[in-house]
Design a protein. Structure first.
Length: 239
């Protein structure tokens, strides 16, 4: 299959935003805010990426405007029946661009759902190879080895020991086990310094530490170029 040629410079990114207030008998019960990237380009890869984020947007709106809205209405009615105040539920998806080059696009997006109480933010990382619009795996960014996973976990453990020794951060007592059981090679994005692995909030550290992140630049060894070490037309998910 012929690959499209790279366009000079960077593809403009225009956020696709949706802000909506859902009401019950004129009273707001659910406030939603959704922002995801949209590439301003007619390239095949850009269209593929845009379809992915449009599908993502449609999926979250279907959840919020359907089952979650019905739950919010029921919660508001229960609060009124009990003469209790009701605070409208708030839900949000937003993204942060972490790296954009003519050949790579990387970002993370987070979901926040504040219902009866503030929920945990859930982070998701996406890295794309341009111009094809193919997902790039963490495996493709690390040197070929049969022990990639062990090397990644050893680097995470090293950084945790360094941070806890300096009194900078706190982790759960059984973090050596948790970093293995809660590890996912899909939980990463790229910055100018290199790949960054992250763990869900509360998975390996207390909630107040937020989303634990760990730089893997020492393992990648690409010195800022981030050229993949494996073909990306058929991305690999495991490492």
């Amino acid at each position: 299959m012929d690959h499209p040629s790279l366009s000079p410079g960077l593809i403009p990114i225009q956020p696709s935003r949706c802000v909506q207030q859902l009401k019950q008998e004129g009273r707001p019960v659910l406030l939603l805010s959704l922002s995801l990237p949209r590439l301003v380009s007619e390239d095949r890869g850009a269209k593929r990426i845009n379809r992915y984020y449009q599908h993502l947007c449609d999926r979250w709106r279907a959840r919020w405007c359907g089952p979650l809205y019905q739950r919010a209405c029921a919660a508001e009615r229960a609060a009124l029946d009990a003469s209790r105040p009701f605070r409208p539920w708030r839900v949000q998806v937003d993204y942060t661009l972490t790296l954009q080059t003519p050949t790579l696009l990387s970002l993370f997006w987070e979901v926040r759902e504040e219902l009866d109480a503030a929920g945990l933010p859930r982070r998701h990382g996406d890295t794309w190879q341009l111009p094809w619009g193919a997902p790039l795996s963490l495996r493709a960014l690390l040197p070929p080895s049969s022990r990639r996973r062990s090397a990644v976990l050893a680097e995470v453990a090293r950084q945790i020991r360094e941070r806890t020794s300096a009194g900078e951060e706190q982790y759960h007592q059984d973090w050596p086990r948790l970093i293995r059981t809660r590890f996912s090679p899909e939980q990463f994005y790229i910055t100018e310094e290199g790949p960054v692995l992250f763990y869900p909030v509360c998975s390996i550290a207390p909630r107040f530490e937020g989303t634990p992140t760990f730089s893997l630049s020492a393992l990648a060894g690409n010195e800022g170029t981030f050229l993949p070490n494996a073909p990306c037309n058929q991305p690999e998910k495991a490492i």
